[in-house]
Design a protein around this ligand. Structure first.
Ligand code: CA
Ligand code: CA
Ligand code: CA
Ligand code: CA
Length: 330
């Protein structure tokens, strides 16, 4: 940043000698929030200053995944700086409204006093990080633990305790017993006589409840001790309030194959840098500003709900219950 600032001040001094009317005294966007707008095809990231009135904007030809999400995977995306992917720096004669860069047709006011535009060459680097990557599914078990347990199944290269195709680190009910993992790891609620590390283990079989489909070891799946078939075995209890799925004395079985949907929350942080940037002043002597590296800023996408099963269904279509298809078919 300091480098850019000094380069621009030198440039501005040079320019001001010729033009006498443009003096860039500040190019400090560091404390300015990066803003994002655009449509399905083109994205604009920009920062503005009021004193002086100036803005730096990056336009990239990059479809967004959804309204809130630009890239839905972690990683680094590199784009060439060219006619479609551009960086523009402008100074203005007045206040820059927040919608200035979001309008397909730029407003007539404020007036652009000076403009620098990137020439082809160099790259734009967008780094995408999941902000909840320490616990992707928010179930309270760290992703590092869920990615490294021993399980009979794997999904997308990671352990999948219940074999439902959703890896544990994205699964809010890791054993498919319809008691969410967040509930099963809560000893204050479960009050188990045994523990496996920090996690309750009611039947003491060494498998913590959140990965045990038969929590009380009575031979009946916890999911099938759901007497009222509410997809919540914890609301079927004896008079003392002990759920049947945690009570080995009670082993009535209600065959039940309906599962709670998996919905998790996610938000991404996008860090945008430009490398080997050359900005050329328009309408003047073609003066250039070169930067090896400039961090435009970071942007956090709004949090959104996400069903990890959607991706899996895209990969391998679900086999739906064929018996219920087209019941009126002759
Ligand atoms: Ca699973
Ligand atoms: Ca999980
Ligand atoms: Ca369980
Ligand atoms: Ca039981």
């Amino acid at each position: 940043m300091k480098k850019l600032l000094s380069i621009l001040i030198i440039a501005a001094v040079t320019v001001s000698c010729d033009d006498g009317d443009i003096i860039i005294t500040d190019f400090d966007f560091e404390d300015r929030q990066l803003q994002w707008c655009g449509d399905q095809e083109t994205q604009v990231f920009f920062k503005t200053n009021e004193d002086p009135f100036e803005a730096i904007a990056l336009t990239v030809n990059l479809p967004r995944v959804s309204e809130n999400v630009l890239l839905d995977e972690e990683g680094v995306l590199t784009l060439p700086i060219n006619a479609e992917n551009q960086i523009i720096y402008r100074t203005f004669d007045g206040e820059i409204g927040s919608s200035y860069f979001c309008n397909p047709i730029p407003p007539s006011s404020p007036t652009v006093r000076e403009e620098y535009r990137s020439s082809s060459g160099g790259t734009i680097v967008i780094t995408s990080q999941l902000r909840s990557s320490h616990d992707h599914d928010g179930d309270g078990v760290p992703s590092e633990v869920e990615m490294n347990v021993e399980a009979d199944y794997t999904a997308h290269g990671y352990p999948d305790t219940d074999g439902d195709g959703i890896p544990d680190y994205l699964d809010t009910d890791d054993d498919n017993d319809n008691v969410p993992t967040a509930v099963e790891i809560d000893q204050a609620r479960i009050n188990a006589p045994h523990m496996v590390g920090p996690y309750p283990d009611t039947d003491g079989d060494g498998i913590p409840n959140y990965r045990d489909p038969d929590d009380d070891g009575d031979g009946v799946l916890s999911r099938e001790e759901d007497w009222n078939e509410s997809r919540d075995p914890s609301d079927d209890t004896n008079e003392e309030g002990l759920p049947h799925y945690l009570n080995p004395e009670i082993s009535d079985r209600f065959p039940f194959n309906s599962f709670r949907p998996t919905t998790i929350r996610r938000s991404f942080r996008y860090t945008i840098e430009v490398r080997d940037l050359t900005l050329i002043r328009l309408g003047g002597d073609g003066e250039q500003i070169r930067l090896e590296q400039y961090t435009l800023g970071t942007f956090d996408s709004p949090e959104e709900s996400y069903d990890p099963a959607d991706d899996i269904e895209d990969d391998e279509p679900d086999e739906e219950d064929p018996g219920e298809e087209n019941p009126n078919e002759d």
